[in-house]
Ligand binder design. Structure first.
Ligand SMILES: N[C@@H](CCC(=O)N[C@@H](CS)C(=O)NCC(=O)O)C(=O)O
Length: 223
């Protein structure tokens, strides 16, 4: 049984959605955000204090894009990953790595310097600059989607899950209105996938069942 430690709509949404796409059983452990502050016990399990943490027997992962690849290759029977012999393999890997390093990370600076720092440390200029940076980096996604419905290999893959989370986060940051048309259309199509909707429902229900605030983590504002 796979154990996934998760905060509502945090990056751990990537493996959650992938688990739903694959239809394999898992246990979802909800944490208040940020766990490092509100769930100190979690540090014993993951010293980084971050989500996601995925445990599969003795295997432990703390990087959401790596989890997408792990789950797809280990449990997906070639349906959601791209094999090394495939011409699209390099592109697939590039999207997986780009999803967090290039597309999600700048948004965390927007979040931090718009909302999460104490008032005297908020930095509107930093937030605005990194919002612009993120939107500029979407050019790669926009270019890939001009003539194709998915990012690579001509089909839906784990790379689409990983990259779409960056769009999900951008929506919470109020940046979705600035998506180029092809990206906006892709974002709508990805959200319409039944597994995406099941993942949203699963995290909401699990939060209620486990007495965790069901507010998406990017929408939380320090008191
Ligand atoms: N590169 C990691 C980043 C993990 C990460 O920073 N997660 C955030 C939530 S999206 C977190 O747990 N933040 C809480 C903290 O930094 O204390 C991944 O893709 O999983």
């Amino acid at each position: 049984m796979i154990d996934l430690h998760h905060c509502v709509s945090a990056r751990s949404f990537r493996p959650l959605w992938l688990l739903e796409e694959l239809g394999i059983p898992y246990r979802l452990h909800m944490l208040p955000f940020p766990p490092r502050v509100h769930a100190r016990d979690y540090l014993a399990r993951n010293p980084l204090g971050t989500v996601p943490l995925l445990e599969d027997g003795a295997t432990r992962l703390t990087e959401s894009a790596a989890m997408c690849h792990y789950l797809a290759t280990r449990y997906g029977a070639g349906v959601l990953d791209v094999a090394p012999a495939d011409a699209a393999y390099g592109s697939y890997l590039n999207w997986l790595f780009m999803s967090d390093a290039t597309l999600t990370f700048p948004q965390t600076l927007v979040l931090r310097y718009s909302y999460f720092e104490p008032p005297d440390r908020l930095q509107p200029q930093v937030a605005a600059d990194y919002a612009r940076w993120f939107l500029a980096r979407l050019r790669a996604v926009d270019a890939a989607l001009q003539h194709e419905p998915y990012l690579c290999a001509g089909r839906f893959t784990a790379a689409d899950v990983a990259v779409t989370y960056a769009l999900h986060l951008a929506q919470h940051l109020g940046l979705a209105a600035q998506f180029p048309p092809a990206v906006a259309d892709y974002w709508q199509r990805m959200q319409a996938r039944p597994a995406f909707q099941r993942a949203l429902q699963a995290q909401h229900q699990a939060a209620l069942d486990q007495a965790v605030d069901p507010t998406p983590s990017p929408d939380l504002r320090p008191a």
